[in-house]
Every structure is written in C-alpha cells, then in structure tokens.
Design a protein around this ligand. Structure first.
Ligand code: AP5
Ligand code: MG
Length: 216
C-alpha cells in the first residue's frame, strides 16, 4: 500500500505511523524524523533544516523533495510505504504525484487524522521521544514518570520545536499551507478522514478499518 498520513502538528501522525506501518509491513518515512536525524548528526542538510524547524516554518520544497526522492528510490520502498509529514503543501503533492508516475505507481489513499486544536496543544506539550528507538510517548497519557523508554530503555527527550511560540507558528503554517492539501486530496478522491480523538489503540483500530479496503 502507498499511503500518506496528514493532520496538524500533534494529531498523532508519528504515533499512528509506527503501528500502521508495522501492521502493514511497509516502511514509515517521516520527513520530520529524517530532518531531526540530520540535525543531531550535524550534517549540512541538518544545519539548513534546523533554521526553519526552530522557527516552525517549512524547510524549502526543493530540499525536502530531493530528500524524499532519494528515500523513495530505496529498495524497501518499492512495494509500498507510509509517508508521515510529506507532502505538506500542494506543490509537494503535485511533485509527489509526478515522481510516483515516473516510477509507474500512484498513491492508494491519504488518511487525514482529525482532531481539535486544544487537544493537539495538550498532546504536544507533554510529548517525549526516545533518542534511541524513536518511539513517541506522552508524560500524562502514558503516565511517564521517568525519562526512560519502556520499549528499549533509551533516554527520552523533548523536541526543540515543542516550545509554546514555535507550536503556535507550526499551527499557523498548517492552516496556511497544509490544510489546502486536504481539499486537494479530496478532489483527487484519495482522502479518507479518521477521528483521531480518544485512546491511541482506538485510533489505530479506526485507521486500520479505514485502510482495509485498500490492502493488497
Ligand atoms: P514533523 O516532525 O512532521 O512535525 P509535525 O507535522 O508538526 O507533527 P508532529 O510530529 O509534531 O506531530 P504528530 O502528528 O506526529 O504527533 P505525535 O504522534 O508525535 O515536522 C517538523 C518540522 O520539520 C516542520 O515544522 C518543518 O520545519 C520540517 N518538515 C517536516 N516535513 C516537512 C515537509 N514535508 N516540508 C517542509 N518541511 C518539513 O503525537 C504527539 C503527542 O501526542 C505524543 O506525545 C503522543 O504520545 C501523543 N498522542 C498521540 N496520539 C494520542 C492519543 N490518541 N491520545 C493521547 N495522546 C496521544
Ligand atoms: Mg510526527
């Protein structure tokens, strides 16, 4: 299956991506994760991306698109993939469509995680990520009292862009640039909305039910 997850910051894209990709045995490709790995590795790409990420703005399209093209050319992405965080504006979506057509394939479905703004702010304020395995936790909803990952024992960290003013900017950027993508995919007849409120496992179940008709 070739699938895109879309939704505002904090909707649970990364959280759901880890379960959906594993259930479907497809790679999870998160542009945010790739940028963060480059920032912590101190690469040139990381230095460039960090400037934009720290402000809550999008990294320029040409940089992001070249990175995604490379990743989608890898062997493990040839039979399907889950994209988390890409595309996030209409020009990226149009280029993705052309890129996949060059490979002789197309998207099967775009899953929109629908959740209100108060809830995303609550989710982002308590998010912690494992520095070792990348698993995403929440201090309250997962009752995390220590900063240790229950999955692998790694140490948890708080993302630099989860500061209040950066979160505000990321939400603005979502409304300005990413929300139009939802209408774009509705017109392309690829969009399916999933209610992303409630416990993580329930959201995963709703997502898997929505994806069932598209499974190979
Ligand atoms: P990116 O990493 O993609 O961030 P984002 O879109 O802002 O989304 P988040 O990762 O913040 O939220 P999420 O939906 O994944 O939520 P999560 O599952 O973690 O992008 C970061 C930056 O990189 C961008 O600002 C930009 O600069 C750059 N970038 C990335 N892609 C780009 C692109 N294509 N073009 C240009 N620039 C790009 O969940 C959040 C919290 O909620 C967690 O604590 C989790 O435990 C909790 N939670 C999740 N689900 C539930 C639930 N059901 N109940 C209770 N808690 C829950
Ligand atoms: Mg994420």
């Amino acid at each position: 299956m070739r699938l895109v997850l879309v939704g505002p910051p904090g909707a649970g894209k990364g959280t759901q991506a880890q379960f959906i990709a594993s259930n479907l045995s497809i790679p999870k490709i998160s542009t945010g994760d790739i940028f963060r790995a480059n920032v912590s590795g101190g690469t040139e790409l990381g230095k460039l991306a960090k400037e934009y990420m720290d402000r809550g703005d999008l990294v320029p399209d040409e940089v992001t698109i070249a990175m995604v093209r490379d990743r989608l050319s890898e062997d493990d992405a040839q039979d399907g993939f889950l994209l988390d965080g890409f595309p996030r504006n209409v020009p990226q979506a149009e280029i993705l469509k052309k890129m996949l057509a060059e490979f002789g394939v197309a998207l099967d479905i775009v899953l929109e995680l629908v959740v209100d703004e108060d809830e995303v702010v609550r989710r982002l304020a308590g998010r912690r990520t494992c520095s070792q395995c990348g698993r995403i936790w929440h201090v309250d909803f997962d009752d995390k009292k220590d900063d240790i990952c229950d999955a692998c024992g790694g140490s948890l960290y708080q993302r630099d862009d989860d500061k209040e003013e950066t979160v505000r900017r990321r939400l603005e950027v979502y409304q300005e640039q990413t929300a139009p993508l939802v209408s774009y995919y509705a017109e392309e007849k690829l969009l399916v909305g999933v209610d992303a409120a409630g416990p993580v496992e329930e959201v995963t179940q709703r997502a898997m039910d929505a994806l069932a008709p598209y499974a190979d």
